[in-house]
Design a protein around this ligand. Structure first.
Ligand SMILES: [Zn+2]
Length: 155
């Protein structure tokens, strides 16, 4: 049986984690986490897939349990741990660029946090987008590596 988070994201894709597989860790979201994921998928991913990529679009990280998030070096306040954040990489299928995704989210969609993840001035390596049920901040950041650490600059 296949459980869908949205029309084009199935459950197994949304909880897949190479770190979880490698370390034998469980990555099962709760019911409220799944509700958050469905909101993000419907309001962020599906419009990007339909309007910008116009075809397959890769989700590179969605839900990560707190344990897995620590193992991958994620921020302890990461919204991935509650299913409110998604990482999307247009370069996997090539239907559009990550910059086009970034610009569309910034200009057209409601979001809590949008991050231009690394890359260069032309395009990020991937985008991170989060959405809450309410109280969305519309915060736009760019991540850069400085001295082995990840810093976030306001855009
Ligand atoms: Zn992310």
């Amino acid at each position: 049986m296949s459980v869908f988070i949205s029309e084009n994201i199935d459950y197994s894709e949304a909880v897949r984690s190479r770190t979880a597989e490698k370390l034998g860790l469980d990555n099962t979201p709760s019911g409220s986490h799944i509700a958050n994921m469905r909101r993000v998928a419907a309001a962020i991913f599906e419009p990007l897939r339909r309007e910008v990529a116009k075809g397959p679009l890769a989700v590179t990280s969605f839900y990560r349990s707190a344990v897995i998030n620590r193992a991958v070096g994620g921020s302890s306040s990461s919204q991935h741990t509650v299913g409110e954040a998604i990482d999307i990489d247009a370069d996997v299928h090539g239907g559009c660029t990550n910059r086009e995704l970034f610009d569309y989210v910034r200009e057209r969609l409601e979001f809590d946090q949008l991050i231009w993840e690394f890359g260069d001035d032309r395009s990020p390596d991937w985008i991170h987008v989060s959405l809450r049920a309410s109280g969305n901040r519309g915060q736009v950041l760019r991540s850069v590596r400085r001295g082995g650490k990840t810093c976030y600059l306001a855009l």
